[in-house]
Design a protein around this ligand. Structure first.
Ligand SMILES: C[S@@+](CC[C@H](N)C(=O)[O-])C[C@H]1O[C@@H](n2cnc3c(N)ncnc32)[C@H](O)[C@@H]1O
Length: 340
């Protein structure tokens, strides 16, 4: 996190909490801070090792030069038409949906690409494995719904854990890249991607289908997080779990901070970085929940065994929940009335 962003986002309470944690005591699971750091380090090493298989030595039916040429041709390419934006609405659209930016760091062996999110895919999954009652083996042979996969770091990582992955991405240009990667590495048997918003996954095709919903980095980009959680809840089989990671606010009360996409548009630089003229500004967030707010939203959506956790190192929020059995949702005021 940049220093400006860190100061902007840190309350006095968070500073005190963080100091208390650094001065000793145990974290969740009874581990000391040092043991937690060592555990995380080992998990990251293991995940990175698995991800490394996606290199040019392991391409299927495509020459290394052709592989690189296609990727290079997409990076920095500006295309609003493919996303269906009309010229009149273009100035309100997210920079990263209009211009192609690579998501997660990827060392392809012959060449490597720095992603805007760095090694986020590795770090976030290491945190999931460290905070919640799951192991690397929990993904083996499971049906996993990967929400908002960007250029596919999460999709490939989940595939490397032995999962059958169904990924969705609302930005068509990114979904097309993930489709290309899946084909290039011969993963068509185990992984699929579709250019879909999660809000279009409220049909029978998606109901009771998945064992795990992987939902990092998306919920704060959504205008209706409760509806999103309900759609994902319905997509799970009984005993299925959801893994959530999000921007958030670290306060005790059940609160959400409303930003709205215009928050970034009005500030051309500073927060989130990037410049309008480079079409590389971050942001376009709607609601940033506190741990308690996320927990309550998950409960309303039907989840139980809920855990939420604040990651002090990166200032992010994590959530875990289970669908033990199908329960109803309150229909009063719900934005989609005919949802299960
Ligand atoms: C911050 S990135 C997170 C990428 C990846 N999930 C991760 O955790 O590293 C958010 C991604 O979610 C996608 N996204 C946002 N809203 C979505 C929606 N309603 N349905 C599907 N994808 C969405 C964005 O286009 C973007 O690629």
């Amino acid at each position: 996190m940049s220093i400006v962003k860190e100061i902007y986002n840190t309350t006095p309470k968070q500073i005190v909490d963080s100091l208390k944690r650094r001065l000793g005591g145990t974290e969740e699971g009874g581990l000391s801070p040092r043991e937690t750091r060592m555990k995380l380090k080992r998990l990251k090493q293991e995940l990175l090792k698995r991800f490394k298989r996606y290199n040019t030595n392991n391409l299927k039916d495509i020459d290394g030069n052709d592989f690189r040429t296609f990727i290079d041709s997409e990076i920095d390419h500006i295309d609003s038409a493919i996303e269906g934006y009309s010229p009149e609405e273009l100035d309100r659209q997210r920079d990263l949906s209009v211009k192609f930016h690579w998501g997660h760091n990827h060392d392809f062996g012959d060449f490597s690409i720095k992603g805007r999110m760095g090694n986020r895919h590795i770090n976030v999954f290491a945190n999931f494995l460290s905070y919640f009652p799951i192991t690397i083996e929990s993904f083996e042979d499971k049906q996993v719904f990967d929400i908002g996969c960007w250029t596919g770091g999460t999709t490939l990582l989940l595939d490397s854990l032995g999962a059958n992955v169904f990924a969705i991405e609302e930005v068509k240009k990114y979904s097309r890249m993930v489709e290309f990667l899946i084909k290039s590495f011969g993963l068509e048997e185990s992984s699929t991607v579709r250019p879909l918003s999660l809000y279009s996954c409220n049909s029978d095709e998606f109901k009771n289908r998945f064992d795990i919903v992987s939902f990092p980095g998306v919920i704060y980009h959504l205008s209706d997080p409760v509806l999103a959680l309900r759609i994902l809840y319905n997509s799970l089989r009984a005993d299925g779990i959801v893994l959530i990671e999000s921007a958030g606010i670290n306060v005790d009360d059940s609160l959400c901070k409303f930003e709205g996409p215009l928050f970034r548009l009005d500030r051309t630089r500073i927060i989130g970085g990037g410049k309008k003229e480079n079409l590389n500004r971050g942001g376009w967030n709607w609601f940033l929940p506190s741990p308690s707010a996320l927990s309550r939203m998950m409960k309303e959506a039907g989840f139980d065994h809920i855990q939420t956790n604040w990651d002090y190192r990166r200032g992010r929020l994590y959530g875990y929940g289970k669908k033990s059995t199908q329960v109803g949702i309150c229909k009063a005021g719900l934005s989609v009335q005919d949802i299960d």
